[in-house]
Structures are given as C-alpha cells and as structure tokens.
Write a protein that binds this ligand. Structure first.
Ligand code: SAH
Length: 244
C-alpha cells in the first residue's frame, strides 16, 4: 500500500464550507492527526483512527504523520480554516527539512481561512490591500508584533488580526489597541468577528475609541479597516480604489 499525507483545512466551522477536495481526502484516510478540537470535527467511521493531540505540539504531530505515511498509511493532518495560515502546513515542512532525502507524497488542501469567512459576514472590509498578523508571541517576540502593527498601520493596510487574546497573555491585545489608536486615530472602524459560521457566531463593528480588550478572545478574528473603510446600512466595506 502506498501511503500519502494531506494537510487539510476544515474551514471556519460550518460543514458547508469544507471543500469537496477535503471531504474526499477525509473519506479515503486511514488516520487523522491534529489538535483535538479540530480532529473532533471529523466524523468517526470504521477503518479510521483518530490521533488527537494538545495545542503547541505541532512538530511532534508532523513527525507522527510523516512516520505513519512512510509505513503506508493515508494520513490527513487537519487544521481549522486554511492549513497554510498560522497552522500545520509550515510545521510539516519544517519537520520534512530535518529528514534529508525523504520525499513523501504530500498534498496541501486549502480551506476558507477565518479572515475571509469573517469578511464575508461583515461585508467587504478586506476589499483593498490588507495584511494578516498573528498577535500571539508564542513563536515570535512581542516587539516584532508591535513593529508590524505600526508599519502596517502607517502603510494604511486593512488588517486581519489572528489569535488576538488568550488567558495566558491578556495585556497584549490592550497594548495592540493602544498602538492602533495611536497610528490610526479614534474613528477608524474595527470589527470583532467571533466563532464565525458556527451557532455561537457574533459580529460587531465600532470605532477604535469604543474598542475594549475584552471584546476579543481566542475564537475571535479582529478586522481593522483602512482609512477609507466605511459602513453602508448594516454592512462594512473598504472601497476598491485608493484614488482621491
Ligand atoms: N488556520 C486558521 C487559523 C489558526 S490560528 C485559519 O486559517 O483560520 C487560530 C485563530 O484563528 C483564532 O485565534 C482566531 O483568531 C481565528 N479563527 C479561527 N476560526 C475562527 C472562526 N470560526 N471565527 C473567528 N475567528 C476564527
């Protein structure tokens, strides 16, 4: 039996947003590897072994998946959203780099990332140039987060902010809001999109002056508009043009 390894994005939550390509890989798999809440989104069936793991063990997970595929298993590593956005695809390649000469059958299967699902619910806040920043300092120094926030704000990018706030680092999002107010002014629109496309979904849009750190948690993606982002009715959008 020839093994293979797919790294699949399960999308933001709604089963209707899992791509047919990902569904087909899950249907053919013998083993599913991933962070426990994501593995729990894959329905169990005979012949399928689930390997849930804790957060922050990405490299162990990638090594397990590579070992199983080398032994002939059909392995899917699952991520939420897209596997290439702050997720498992990079961890897999980092692990592969430590195994010179190993060239397994790998496929990266894209998914709908949180910022795009959130933007669609809100309207079109990412309709002009934008960037995505992970606010977690688990894998990079906080100074770098601050520098990127400031420079992105100065370049007038709209921004999608992933991993905005966790119990382990409650102060940092408050600091991020201070920096954004300083660079963008109090009137800039900011959107909090929580648990998008799930039954717990909530959305709110307000000026930066009214944004509070408690409005975000680890299930929230925060979208900051650029200087032209505005509202029409209940929608938020960023014009396609930056011409005066
Ligand atoms: N690979 C994922 C991101 C993993 S980082 C993707 O492409 O979406 C985890 C962060 O993603 C969370 O802290 C949150 O900021 C965001 N996120 C994931 N799913 C979300 C959802 N359904 N609604 C809002 N934010 C979400």
């Amino acid at each position: 039996m020839t093994g293979w390894l797919a790294v699949a994005g399960l999308g933001p939550g709604d089963a209707a947003l899992v791509t047919p390509e990902v569904e087909a890989a899950l249907a053919q798999a013998t083993d599913i590897v991933g962070y426990a809440p994501y593995v729990a989104r894959v329905p169990p069936r005979p012949g399928l072994t689930l390997h849930p793991s804790d957060n922050r063990v990405e490299l162990d997970r990638a090594a397990l998946a590579l070992d199983m595929a080398a032994r002939g298993a059909r392995v899917v590593i699952v991520s939420s959203g897209d596997p290439g956005v702050f997720a498992m695809a990079s961890a897999l390649f980092e692990t592969l780099k430590t195994r010179p000469g190993h060239d397994p059958d790998i496929r990266i299967l894209p998914g709908i990332t949180a910022m795009l699902a959130a933007a669609a619910r809100l309207g079109a806040p990412l309709g002009h140039d934008f960037c995505a920043i992970n606010l977690s300092d688990n894998l990079k120094p906080w100074d770098l987060v601050e520098r990127r926030l400031r420079l992105a704000a100065q370049a007038d990018f709209a921004m999608a902010l992933y991993n905005p706030r966790s119990r382990a680092r409650p102060q940092q999002f408050a600091r991020a809001l201070e920096i954004l107010r300083d660079e963008c002014g109090e009137k800039r629109l900011i959107c909090f999109a929580r648990a998008v496309t799930t039954p717990e979904e909530s959305l709110s849009t307000l000026p930066l002056s009214e944004a509070r750190p408690e409005m975000a948690d680890m299930r929230t993606v925060v979208i900051l508009g650029n200087s032209a982002t505005c509202r029409v009715g209940r929608w938020v959008y960023t014009p396609r043009s930056a011409l005066p």
